[in-house]
Design a protein around this ligand. Structure first.
Ligand code: DX5
Ligand code: ZN
Length: 207
């Protein structure tokens, strides 16, 4: 399974150590929150630029924001592998088009209570679908196994459209196999990864 570590709850005081331990990760997942779409704030473009400077791992920007266009405008400067916006946010069509025009992979995310059907009309325009396995806004919550049904439903469209499936929230190693069986391509792992004694070794074993 490809792993995208989420740095949201990573121990910032040891950044120099873990950034090296994560050098073989598939992507570094950056959670951007606006305090409106979700009831929390994380960090902005300046910290994201620091990640870009410190690591060669491709960046994966997850925008949990009501108005993604203004954030896309900032985050395009770090040329991430993907910018993912939420299907529940404003200006979805325009945001997809803007990300595409920058030659950045387009991701579309769904919250747990949003049915997968809402994503279907966009499948021909996106490179990644992010199925949230927790309510967005905070790290360290519990994985919602029911969300894997959405992953299974999406498999039916993979022969028609080219996109990868990502899951995000509450993932521990017990869930990795389940995710794999349902057809997940990339798992975002945050708090659980940073609780490991040996982060590099855990990544090697699970990736
Ligand atoms: C939740 C974020 C997740 C979170 C994952 O809003 O989108 O990326 O940081 O962290 P864990 O693995 O701790 O749930
Ligand atoms: Zn995320």
């Amino acid at each position: 399974m490809k792993i995208a570590p989420s740095v949201l709850n990573a121990p910032i005081e040891n950044i120099k150590e873990w950034i090296v331990a994560l050098e073989d990760a598939y992507m570094l997942h950056l959670d951007i929150m606006d305090g409106h779409f979700v009831p929390n704030l994380s960090f902005g473009i300046d910290i994201a630029k620091t990640y870009k400077r410190l690591s060669r791992v491709p960046l994966d920007v997850h925008l949990m924001t009501t108005h993604p266009l203004q954030w896309i405008d900032q985050f395009k400067s770090i040329q991430p592998q993907f910018i993912t916006i939420h299907v529940e946010s404003k200006d979805v069509e325009k945001s997809i088009e803007t990300i595409k025009n920058e030659d950045i992979g387009v991701g579309l995310a769904v919250k747990p209570n949003t049915p997968i059907e809402v994503i279907l009309p966009y499948l021909n325009q996106v490179d990644l679908v992010l199925i949230m396995t927790v309510e967005p806004g905070f790290g360290g919550q519990s994985f919602m196994p029911d969300m894997l049904k959405k992953v299974e439903q999406l498999q039916l469209y993979k022969h028609q459209h080219q996109f990868i499936i990502q899951v995000d929230g509450g993932i521990k190693d017990d869930h990795i196999q389940l995710c794999q069986e349902s057809g997940v391509d990339v798992a975002v792992v945050g708090s659980y990864l940073f609780k490991q004694q040996d982060i590099k070794d855990w990544l090697k074993k699970n990736q």
